[in-house]
Design a protein around this ligand. Sequence first.
Ligand code: GLN
Length: 546
Amino acid sequence: MFFSFMTRYIFVTGGVMSGIGKGIATSSMGAILQGYGFNVTAIKIDPYINVDAGTMNPVEHGEVFVTEDGVECDQDIGNYERFLDKNIYSDNYMTTGRVYQAVISRERNLGYHGRCVEVIPHIPDEVIGRIKKAAKKTKADFVLIEIGGTVGEYQNLLFLEAGRMMRLKHPKEVLFVLVSYLPVPDIIGEMKTKPTQHAVRMLNSAGIQPDIIIARSKYPLDEPRKRKISLFCNIEKEDVISAPDIESIYEVPLNFERDNLGRRILKKLNLRSRKKGKGMKPWIDLIEKIHNPEGKVKIGIVGKYFDTGNFTLADSYISVIEAIKHACWFFKKEPELYWLSSEKYEKNFKSLNELKKLNGIIVPGGFGSRGVEGKIKTIEFVRKNKIPFLGLCYGMQLAVIEFARNVCGLKGAHTTEIDRNTKYPVIDVLPEQKINIRKKNYGATMRLGAYSCKLFKDTKSYEAYKKINISERHRHRYELNNDFREILEKNGLVTAGINPERNLVEIVELKNHPFFVGTQFHPEFKSRPLNPHPLFKAFVKACIKK
Ligand code: GLN
C-alpha cells in the first residue's frame, strides 16, 4: 500500500504573500483535529537550499528552533510543538537542501541502481517518502504538511508536485488548504479578493485545486466576500474560513472553529469526530485567562537581534517570548515585555537604572561579541540589585563571566568564543569542538538537542522541577570550564545541575538572591501554552513577588 491505512494528509500552501500566519494556521488546524480526538503531526517544508536553519542569522530568518533529536529548524516547528503540545522530530522537517542532499548521496551509493536520476520524479518521490516516513513513525491520523513560501514561486513547485502526486494516487486521503491574504487598501477601504483569485489560478496551474481557503485579513470576512471567493475560486462558501487579525495567536483555533473548519475537514475526508479528546475546553480556559488578567508582570529581554531597519523582530526570540507568556498566564498575569538593546547599556551605563522598574530580566541565547559587554553589565546590575534573572545559554555563560570577573577577582575572564587568549577562559570549547572550528565545520556540529541533567537538592532549580533527573535541549559549542568550577563555587556560585555523562555544568545559581538562575540549555523550547515550563514558572513567580 502507498501509505498507512488511516492516515490523512493535508497540504497547507500560502497565497499572495508570506508571513501572514501560515504556521499558526497549520498549528491551529492541528489543535482542532486533536480536539476531535485524532492523533496529529505536522511537517514543515522550507524551500531554501540551506540544509537546516542552523547557519542562518536570526534577524533574517527568525529564531532557530531545536528539536529533541537535535535538528536546527524553522520556528514553525516550535509553533507545532506549542499548539499540539507534543514533540516534533527531525523527520518532520525538510528543506530543498536536505532533500537534494539525500537524493545525491543515494545516487553516489548506487541507490538508484544505475538509472538516470532526474529532478522529476526523484525529488518529489523523496519528498513523498519523507512524508510517509514521518506518518509511519508518529502513527498519525492526520499529517499536516506546510509548504513554506507562496504558490507561484519557482522554489515551491517540486513540493506542490509531490502533493499533486499524492492526491492523484489517493484522492480521498489528501486535502489542500490555501492560506491567503485579503488586503484592505486604505485608499479603497474595501477588502479585495482578487489577489486570492490569482493565487488559486497559480495553484491550479500546478494541477491543484484547494479544498479550503483560509482567508487572512485585518477584518472578518463578510458574506459578499465569501460568496465572491466561492464563485471565483471554485469552492463552496462554507469552505471559506474567515481568519481576521486577533490579539492572541492561541485564539486562532477557536476562531477557526467559529467557521466550522474542523467539521468541514472531517466531512471532506469522510470521517467522524472521535469525541474522546477534551475538545477545545483547554483552549477556551486558556483564552479566558488571557483575557482576564489580574495584574501585570514587566519583564525585560536584553538582546541584540531586535533591529532590522525600521522593524523590530520579536521573531528572533519567539520561544523565549512565548515561554514568558505561558508562565505569566499560568499565574493569571498579563506579561508586559520590554525589548532592551544590550548595545545601549554598553554606551551608557547610567541607563541601566531603568531596569529597576522591571520585575525581572532575561538574557537569552546568542553568538559573537556584539553587545556582550552590555549584557555583562546588565547581569552585574541585576545581581547587585536583586532583580530576578534568568540567563539562557549565552545568558548563563555571561553570568559566569560576570561572576568570575567581579566576585572571584579573575580580571579579564572571558569565553574563548570572544577572547581566545584570555588568561581566565571560564567558558571554553570541548576538545572535539576545536576540530570543528578549525575545519570550519559549522553546520549541525554544536551540542544539539536533548541531554540529561541531574539536579542537586536544595537549589532553586530543584524546587522548580521537583525532580532530580531532567532533560533539556541544547544549542551551543562552549561550556563552563571545569578548571574554574572550584574557584567559582568557593565564591558562592552554586552548581545546581550537571550532565552526568560528561560532568558538564548545566545550571548555575546564586543564593541570597530572589532568583538568579542561568541554564546552559534552552528551557524555552519546551514550554507550551497548556503546559508552561517549570523554570519559567519559577522565574515569573519571583518576578511577581518583586
Ligand atoms: N555562543 C554560545 C555557544 O556557542 C551560546 C550559544 C547560545 O546561546 N545558544 O556556546
